[in-house]
Design a protein around this ligand. Structure first.
Ligand SMILES: Cc1cc2nc3c(=O)[nH]c(=O)nc-3n(C[C@H](O)[C@H](O)[C@H](O)COP(=O)(O)OP(=O)(O)OC[C@H]3O[C@@H](n4cnc5c(N)ncnc54)[C@H](O)[C@@H]3O)c2cc1C
Length: 409
């Protein structure tokens, strides 16, 4: 048990935590930095867990954000396999799982999100996986090797990406989801249908409008999935992608104010309700000066990284403006790469151009004539246009021509 004193304490070694540590040093901070991370690995690219790393085309070394030497060179103390168990905000002290206590000048809570678990019969059977970390991807890879039938629960990013990755590895994949078509909740029915057609054309079976009733199996291993609607599917491995919830366990026990989304409420400087304590990334419900929704929480890699940089400035007493409209990317193996700015909470019109199947596509989501989100595949210039026109009223007719350069009305 040791008593430590640090200038900057970073809790969580995901994208937000790493980018904060890096930005502190890049910005010239001389003080001591301690990054505490519950995971066994140093910060890595979590987005690879459902893509190249799961598929085997990207190595473990390649997904690490920095080499072990980098942390030493930067004089950033990295404690992996360690949790912050308690945060006393008034005294600015933290208690760690290795029994150390840490006094700090300022702290960043970047504890991210955790998977939403299904509470159904058979949910504890072996062979049922959730995907958040490299270790989960390793376990899935091991388990799917001998499996013939793999069932993905959920038709959002995890379900679609994992189905694409494993199908490309020669596995037979089936998606089971509550929505009628994949990705419907974010992109709507029309675009979701087009993406679903692409997945089905590559051999993925998809069942919409289904809710899991139970996982079945002989002994302690999963053998099948049954839905409330009566569908029964064989499955020797299952991956559940049923969304995530912000990991506010520590924040709640520390008495930090939470927002309507359940995330930690932060202001435009990413400051929490406790002086000297900031929050960033998937765990933060932030006040946006760019997005018309004002207050929002998103689970996007780029947002976490950008907020880490802004938090670093704020922890040093400065301020950086919000960098850009929330941005998300996804790869469905090498069949489709798409990018999205938004998120649109509501929309009443979608203007679609091109063909998803040819990876040459855009969808403009308009809310009462104003650009609420843009989804593109292979059209970077339209994404740029979307950034310029975000929140502005446009003439939908001008969005249908790829050459047109609409101006705000
Ligand atoms: C499989 C997968 C694929 C994804 N693909 C994409 C994509 O294609 N595009 C995209 O934009 N986004 C994608 N995302 C989302 C993206 O990874 C997240 O938005 C990003 O990781 C958020 O970073 P973060 O630092 O806020 O949180 P996280 O990356 O979740 O990191 C939080 C860290 O804090 C640790 N922690 C929690 N509590 C404590 C504690 N008390 N003490 C110490 N440590 C703690 C956690 O263990 C974790 O290591 C994907 C996510 C997953 C899981």
């Amino acid at each position: 048990m040791a008593e430590r004193e640090v200038d900057f304490l970073i809790i969580g070694g995901g994208h937000a935590g790493y980018s904060c540590a890096r930005a502190l040093r890049d910005g010239g901070a001389q003080g001591s930095i301690l990054l505490v991370s519950r995971e066994p690995d140093p910060p890595y690219d979590r987005t690879a867990c459902s893509k190249g790393y799961l598929g085997g085309s990207t190595s473990r070394d390649a997904v690490m954000l920095r080499s072990p030497e980098w942390w030493e060179e930067q004089n950033i103390r990295l404690l992996t396999r360690t949790s912050v168990l308690k945060l006393a905000t008034d005294e600015r002290r933290a208690a760690l799982s290795n029994k150390d206590t840490v006094s700090f000048g300022s702290a960043l809570v970047a504890t991210g999100a955790m998977v939403r678990r299904l509470r159904v019969d058979g949910g504890q059977l072996n062979g049922i996986h959730y995907l958040r970390a490299l270790g989960n991807a390793d376990a899935i890879r091991r388990d799917v090797e001998p499996a013939e039938d793999i069932v993905l629960i959920g038709g959002s990013y995890i379900g679609t990406e994992v189905a694409a990755t494993l199908t490309a590895r020669g596995k037979r994949c089936t998606i089971v989801m509550q929505e009628d078509v994949v990705l419907e909740r974010t992109f709507g029915r029309e675009v979701g249908r087009a993406i679903q057609d692409l997945l089905e054309a590559r051999g993925i079976a998809i069942h919409g409008g289904e809710e899991v009733d139970a996982f079945t199996g002989d002994g302690d291993r999963v053998g099948g999935v049954r839905t409330k609607q009566g569908l029964e599917l064989p499955a020797q491995a299952v991956v559940v992608g049923a969304g995530v919830i912000p990991d506010v366990q520590l924040a709640r026990s520390a008495g930090l104010e939470l927002g309507e989304s359940g995330g930690i409420k932060v202001d435009v400087r990413l400051a929490t309700s406790a002086p000297g304590i900031f929050a960033a990334g998937d765990v933060a419900e932030f006040e946006s000066e760019i997005h018309p929704a004002g207050r929002l929480r998103v689970e996007h890699w780029e947002v976490a990284a950008a907020q880490g940089r802004r938090a670093a400035a704020a922890m040093r007493g400065g301020e950086l403006p919000e960098e850009e409209i929330p941005y998300f990317f996804s790869d469905l193996h090498d069949w489709l790469s798409y990018e999205y700015i938004g998120p649109a909470k509501t929309w009443d019109q979608v203007v679609m151009n091109g063909s998803i199947d040819k990876s040459d596509f855009s969808a403009w989501y308009l809310d009462r004539g104003a650009v609420a989100a843009v989804l593109v595949a292979g059209r970077p210039e339209e994404l740029e246009r979307g950034r310029r026109l975000f929140g502005k009223t446009v003439d939908p007719g001008e969005l249908t021509s790829p050459r047109a350069r609409p101006t705000a009305a």
